[in-house]
Design a protein around this ligand. Sequence first.
Ligand code: MOS
Length: 735
Amino acid sequence: MSESVVGKGIDRLDAILKVTGKAEYPAETGVANIAHAAVVTSTITRGRIAALDTRAAERAPGVLAVVSHLNAPKLPGIDKRASPVDPALQLFQNDKVVYNEQPVALVVADSLERARHAASLVVPRYESASFTVDMNAEAPRAYAPPNSRFPLDSQRGDVRSGLSAAKVRIAQSYTTPIEHHNPMEPHAAIVIWQGTDHATVYVTTQGIFFVRQRFASLFGIPKENVRVISHYIGGGFGCKGVPWVYAPLAGLAAKVAGRGVKLVITRQQMFSMVGYRSRTVQKVALGADSSGKLTAISHDVLSATSRVDEFTEPAALQTRMLYACPNTSTSHRLVRLDIPTPTFTRAPGEAVGTFALESAMDELAYALQMDPIALRLRNYAETDPDKNLPWSSKSLRECYRRGAEKFGWPARRPPPRSMRDGRWLVGLGMATATYPANQSDASAIARVRADGTALVQAGSQDIGTGTYTIMTQIAADALALPIEKVRFELGDTTFPETPNSGGSRTASSVGSAVKMAALAVRKKLAEVAVADSKSPLHGLEVEGLDVADGALYAKSNRARRDSFGDIVARSGAAEIAVQVDNKEKEDRKRYSTHSFGAQFVEVKVDESLGTVRVSRFVGAFAAGKILNAKTAQSQYQGGIVWGIGLALHESTHRDERLGRIVTRDLADYHVPVHADIPHIDVVMVDETDPYVNEIGSKGIGEIGITGVGAAIANAVYHATGRRIRDLPITPDKLL
Ligand code: MOS
C-alpha cells in the first residue's frame, strides 16, 4: 500500500527548478524574433494629450513602432464590461488622461534597452485639468456604489438602543494607508499573433481564463482563439488577480509591430498601472454590558476608487460574523478621486478590517478591565450570526488556547507600561484572525498511461503557494500511486477550466476537482478491467475492487490483481482519461464556511526613538485539512510577515499637489526585511471538516495577514500606553 502523502511537509516539486533558474516565468519564455516594449506614462493627473511628438523616438536605433492614441487600432470590445472590477483600460483609444502615470504611448524596439531609450524621447504636450486626490476633501461626496459585488450594508437588531443600553462604549476612527503588493516578479506579458484573430499570450496572472476572456473580448475575437499560458508566477497577492492593461497593451503593440512583443512593466510602473489597496477610514463603535457581553457593534468603512471604475475595500465583512451580538450594523462607501483603480490585496477587507475591529475590541477590553481573550470568548459566535447558519467547522477556541499556551500569554501583566526589558518597553498583544473558506466550480482531467504513471491537468496557476506540489499529493493519494508516478500540469487554457487564484480558493476548488478526477479515472479503470476477458479481474463487480500500489485488486482475494499499466495497455489506447467538472459542494449551502486563528505578538519599543521591534510572534490557525505542512507553514508565515509590514512599515505616499505617487520603488516603499522579522511560530490546529468541500481544506493564503495589524497595535499600546489608530505605526507617531 503506498503511503498517504496528503498532509506531509514534502518539499515543493518545483523547488529545484526555481532555485536553479530552470523554471521559466512568462517573461522568460524563449520566443524567436521577439520585440520589446516600453511604456510612456503621463506626468499629469487629469486632462488630455494635446500633442505627442514621436519623431525622435521613431528615428532612434532599433525602433519598430511607436503606438499611441494617434495610431492604435480601435479595439472593438473596449466598452464591454465583463466584470464589476474592470481595470481602467488605458489602451490608447482616446486622448484622455485620468490618473498620473497612465500609459500614453508605447515604444516597440528590437531590444529592451533601445525600447526604453526611445520611450524617453517621446514628448507629450498636455492640457491639464483640475483634479483631486484628497480622500478627506471628497468624503462629503461619499456614495454607495450601485454595482457592488457584495452587499454594502448590513443591519441586525438596533445598534442605537444597543449602544445606549451599554455599560461601556468605544467609538473610534481607524485609518490605513494605500499599500502596494510588490510581488518580486513584475507584471509581464508576451503576445504573439497567429494571423489577425488568433493569439498566444504568455502572461503572469492569477487567472489565465480571466485574461483569455478579457483579451478576446477587447480584440473582438472568440475566446477559443486565445491561448493563455502561465507556468510560474513570482507572487500575485491580488495585484495579478484581474487582467490589467499589460497583456492587451502587448497585444496592441504586437499588432502594430507585426511581430511578437514582450512587455515587462517597471517596478515604478507597478505603483500606477496595476491595482493596490485603497486607503481606508473606518469608524467602529462597540457597546458592552459590565460582563463584557457585546450589546452593539457598528463598523462603517470609507475607501477610494478611481473616476473610471469601482473597487470597494470590503473591510467590514468580518464584523458581521466574528462575534455574537444582537445589534450590528455595517456599511461601505466610496469616494471618487483622480487616481488609478484599487484592487484585491491579500485578504481584501479582512487585512485592514480586522485592524479596526480587533483594535476596538482591545480598547473595550481595557475599558472593561478584562483579559482580551476572555472578552472574545465571552462573545464567541457558536453559529454564524450574519448568515444564521451553523459553521461547517470552527476551532477558534482551540486557536486561542493553543496560541496563548505557546506564546506564554499568562505571563502578561495587563497594565500598560508594566513590562520592561532594559531600555525597551515590552508589550504583548493579540487579535483574532479570520477568512472565508471559498470554493468555486473547477475542472480537472486525470490520465493514466500504459507505463502505469498518471498525468493530471487543470488550467489554474501556481502563484507561488505550492499548487503544483499539493495537487500532485492529492492525485497520488486518490490514485494510490507513489508520488513519483504522478505528474500534475497547470497554467494553460488548453487544460480544463478553473477559477482565478484569489480568495484563497485554489487548493479547495482545484484540489477537489483533481481528487474527483483521480477517483473517476480509477473507477473507469475498474470498469475496463472487469469487462476485459483477459483481466484477472474479469467478471467481478466494480464495487468489489480496491486499489493499492498502482493496481486494482479483488477485496475478496488480493491475489487477483491487475495493474493500471496493464489495464491501459490491453485497452489498445495510449491512455485512459476522465475529465471531471466539479461543482461547489452542495453541503456548503447549509453551512457557513470560515477559517479562524489567533495572533499573538510581543513588541519592544524604544521610548526615546519610538522604534518598534517585533520580538516574538505566534499564530495559531485552524483551516480544515492541511495538505502540505511545509507549504502551509510558509503561507501562514508569509501572511504574518506582510501583516508586520502593514502594521509597521508599508505606506504609499502621493504628492497631493501633483497627484503623483512619490514612493515608487522598494527604497521608498518599505517592506519588512529579514532584520524586521523574528522567528514566527505557527501552530496548526487539527480540524476535520466534512462539509466545506471534497478535500476538507479551507485555504490558507490569506488568513495569515488578518489580525496582525491589530495584534501589533494592541501590543504597542500595552508597551507604551499609546493607542495608535493610524497605520503604519512609524516612530514619529510614538514620540
Ligand atoms: Mo487574493 S487578494 O484574493 O488574490
